[in-house]
Write a protein that binds this ligand. Structure first.
Ligand SMILES: Cc1cc2nc3c(=O)[nH]c(=O)nc-3n(C[C@H](O)[C@H](O)[C@H](O)COP(=O)(O)OP(=O)(O)OC[C@H]3O[C@@H](n4cnc5c(N)ncnc54)[C@H](O)[C@@H]3O)c2cc1C
Length: 166
């Protein structure tokens, strides 16, 4: 079973079963606080186009989506663009780390690929969870286990079949 998120095609391309996967990249960076009265909740500044979240690591500021090749060099332009605006509204101090870059593995219909590949019997996929893999991973784990052990499934599996791409 291949469950390699954004790296799934590295292996699938060797098996001639490449998925039409795109990469929605996102950045985050942590900042110290300049006040002893810390922010108590996450804030989404819609006009400013950022989310600021108080974390143990400091104030975390996150960017929007960047559509680019998976391994293209980091370009945290969106993050750099919103930091001045966040500084006007919140007590952001110094950066505590460099911008972190993550990649979301996204398929054209925004559904994951979960199940056995017909053209390659014995090859199972659980990948392509785009923005919501933390939340939906447990359901995927349960579904793939039920499919592999030929049990009734709690979720209808058809919409997630990898065979929609092959
Ligand atoms: C910026 C950002 C914000 C996100 N926010 C949320 C959110 O708020 N809520 C939410 O539900 N989801 C969120 N996600 C999405 C979530 O992170 C993914 O959907 C989820 O991580 C996918 O899980 P996965 O196990 O399929 O892949 P991954 O978590 O990417 O795991 C794949 C693993 O495969 C490993 N790997 C790669 N190649 C090899 C190899 N050759 N051999 C062995 N191992 C290998 C990698 O090291 C990695 O550990 C976010 C993603 C990003 C990037």
């Amino acid at each position: 079973m291949i469950a390699l998120g954004p790296w799934s095609n590295d292996l699938l391309s060797k098996l001639n079963c490449k998925l039409p996967m795109a990469y929605e990249r996102g950045y985050r960076q942590h900042f110290s606080s300049t006040t002893e009265q810390p922010l108590s909740r996450p804030v989404h500044d819609v006009d400013g186009s950022y989310v600021l979240t108080p974390m143990e690591q400091g104030y975390r500021i996150t960017s929007g989506v960047e559509l680019k090749e998976r391994d293209a060099p980091p370009s945290p332009n969106q993050l750099e663009a919103v930091i001045p605006s966040a500084r006007q509204a919140f007590p952001l101090g110094q950066p505590l780390d460099k911008p972190w870059l993550g990649r979301r593995p996204t398929l054209p219909d925004a559904l994951p690929a979960i199940g056995e590949v017909k053209q390659c019997p014995g090859l199972w996929l659980a990948t392509g969870h785009h923005h919501i893999g933390f939340s939906t991973g447990p359901a995927t784990g349960q579904l793939i286990a039920q499919l592999m052990s030929e049990q009734d499934t709690d979720i209808a599996p058809q919409a997630f079949s990898p065979n929609r791409f092959f």
